[in-house]
Design a protein around this ligand. Sequence first.
Ligand code: PMP
Ligand code: GLN
Length: 385
Amino acid sequence: MFRPNPVFAGLPTSIFQHMTFLALDHDALNLGQGFPDEDGPVGLREVAAKALVDGPNQYPPSKGLTVLRQAVSAHARHFYNLEYDPEDEVVITSGGTEALGAAILATASAGEEFVLVEPTYDSYRPIVQSTGAVIRTVKLAPPELKLTEQALRAAIGPRTRAVLINSPHNPAGRVFTRAELETLAKVVDGTDAVVICDEVYEHLTYDGRPHIPFATLPGMRQRTLKIGSAGKIFSMTGWKVGWVAGPRELVSVVTKAHQFLTFTTPPALQLGVAHGLAHAMDFPQALTARLQANRDILTAALTRIGFQVLPCEGTYFLTAGIAGLTNEKDFAFCERLIREAGVALIPLSAFYADGTPDAYVRFAFCKKQAVIEEAVARLERYLAP
Ligand code: PMP
Ligand code: GLN
């Protein structure tokens, strides 16, 4: 009999696909899977379309087109005063997902410890598991969902090879504060741990809250791999253009992992993104204002309906408790809402290995305001008539 890798053979279909397919079957509004329902700037698409027709259409360099590596480097300097040499401290990947895969493969190995923060974005754990690394978990508990020194110290130590954090955080909607990041810096100091920072939502922070890259903390740049995604910056999630920036000794290993994952990324899309990083950075700023307004509409309505809305500081996502509305677990509640209320959400339990807590749901509000308003009206009619 075939004996496929149990990590992947044992996985269910992703929670995002599951809820999206169910939503399609029931004609439900999709506040589940996090993708914007309006495409980003036409300028990027025009540059990419022209390049598709005119070329280049053959393999670009594995580490990415020079013009895009330069643009990523300039972006880090402009927004965060971080210096990365575009020659060998930036690698372009096929989306944040591949960036994460390559960064994990570059740092995790069998029997060595790897630290994940829960709730955990769904792509992290299976890749770490497939390397045979031992996963240690820092669990963020709602309603605060805060990084604490106690939890970090319990998971991180001399055997830690890497810690993977995500800020702004999907699904928690948290943006880690300087104090939380300083605590992490204090805990990893003196260890050999690499810190992988998934910062794909870097421009989506609300109420003027700053996004602080971990690499900007004193002494931390040298141990940090910083991950970005053009899909998120420019609302083109299907494009799958991402990157990793970091010190050359780490980026060189990530680049080798990337070389055998995808080798490279479509050149036309790389050119579109390079154009965007140089000329369209007003887009994410305007998007932030629009999404903040959506967040506020959603927060007010959900509170009225009886959800316990947790503070949402950034990302596409807001999390809310359902204990005041039902005794059901979040997964069953989400499936019922799709079938009976016509609104799709994601259960927070899907982001915890042991499935708890199970009384919270995640709303994606990266949608047109009219869609948010209609979803809220449906929920209100169904849950609080
Ligand atoms: N990290 C997080 C936290 C995400 O939410 C996503 C998005 N879907 C990704 C990484 C992957 O980004 P990309 O779509 O560029 O692969
Ligand atoms: N990042 C998106 C979310 O969290 C989903 C991406 C995917 O479906 N793989 O909803």
